[in-house]
Write a protein that binds this ligand. Structure first.
Ligand code: KIV
Length: 282
């Protein structure tokens, strides 16, 4: 029987030098598939805003969005650690607010940990949530909830000053009690130094090979958006094209009358029902 991933287990993976596998997920069907595929951590990211809800950024995502999607993913998972993102303005207003919202993701959504973006400025929120017994994952580098302040989705940690800032932020977050740190679009050498200095695992996205683990957005690795390719994203399939092809064939079969054939039609002849009808995937 497969064992569940826990926060202490992730620390042991870093100590042993074993890489951590993390992937986003937003719905029940995908969670069932991911559950059987050997992923350590599943993140219900606020990237749900851009991947599922059709927003341009993650900023419009609400607590209710996060709770609903976390609950759906929870129902499909048995083994990976389930982490849910605290969305924009759910933790920046004050530590009490942060705790209340983190509590919703755990209590209503079924998450086992929460993630929030930022460095020194979010330390009081991290401390408050951790003190209540909820594990917190940090997120440094390109933090998409601050996209307007960054002026776009740009690589971070290129110069000495931002390396020093990242090292200080990572140390402050570790001291505040985070159990892991996402490093997004951080220059690879900077990510290496942060990883070497951090007592907790770093999980990179677009931050090179030296992090303790990697995270990807599930829509990116599946190729769900035809024509949209990010440099930092691995693309293992073209599922978007596959889906569009299936729907195109289905539409043609309905219009031509090929679907429904006898096997799809209650009360039609049994022998005909054994023939391979259109829409038989196997
Ligand atoms: O929201 C998200 O998907 C994330 C990952 C990119 C780390 O924060």
């Amino acid at each position: 029987m497969k064992t569940r991933t826990t926060v202490p287990h992730l620390r042991r993976l870093k100590q042993r030098g074993d890489r951590i596998v993390m992937l986003t997920c937003y719905d029940y069907a995908t969670a069932l598939l991911i559950d059987g595929a050997g992923v350590d951590v599943v993140l219900v990211g606020d990237s749900v805003g851009t991947t599922v809800l059709g927003h341009e950024t993650t900023i419009p995502v609400t607590m209710d969005d996060m709770v609903r999607h976390t609950r759906a993913v929870r129902r499909g998972l048995t083994r990976p650690l389930l982490v849910a993102d605290l969305p924009f303005l759910s933790y920046q207003v004050g530590p009490e607010d942060a705790l209340r919202n983190a509590g919703r993701l755990v209590q209503e959504g079924g998450a086992e940990a929460v993630k929030l973006e930022g460095g020194l400025a979010v330390v009081p929120a991290v401390e408050r949530i951790v003190a209540a017994g909820i594990p917190v994952m940090g997120h440094l580098g390109l933090t998409p909830q601050s996209v307007h302040a960054f002026g776009g989705y740009r690589v971070q940690g290129r110069d000495e000053a931002s390396l020093e800032r990242l090292l200080a932020d990572a140390a402050a977050l570790a001291e505040a009690g985070v159990f892991a740190l996402v490093l997004e679009l951080v220059h690879a050498e900077t990510a290496r130094q942060v990883t070497a200095a951090a007592p907790v695992p770093t999980i990179g996205i677009g931050s090179g090979p030296h992090c303790d683990g990697q995270v990807q957005v599930v829509h990116d690795i599946l190729g769900l958006f035809p024509g949209q390719a990010f440099r930092h994203a691995a693309r293992y399939a073209e599922v978007g094209e596959l889906i569009q092809g299936c729907v195109t064939r289905y539409a043609a079969d309905v219009r031509s009358g090929r679907f429904p054939a006898a096997p799809h039609s209650v009360g039609m002849d049994e022998a005909a029902a054994e023939a391979q009808p259109p829409g038989s995937a196997k």
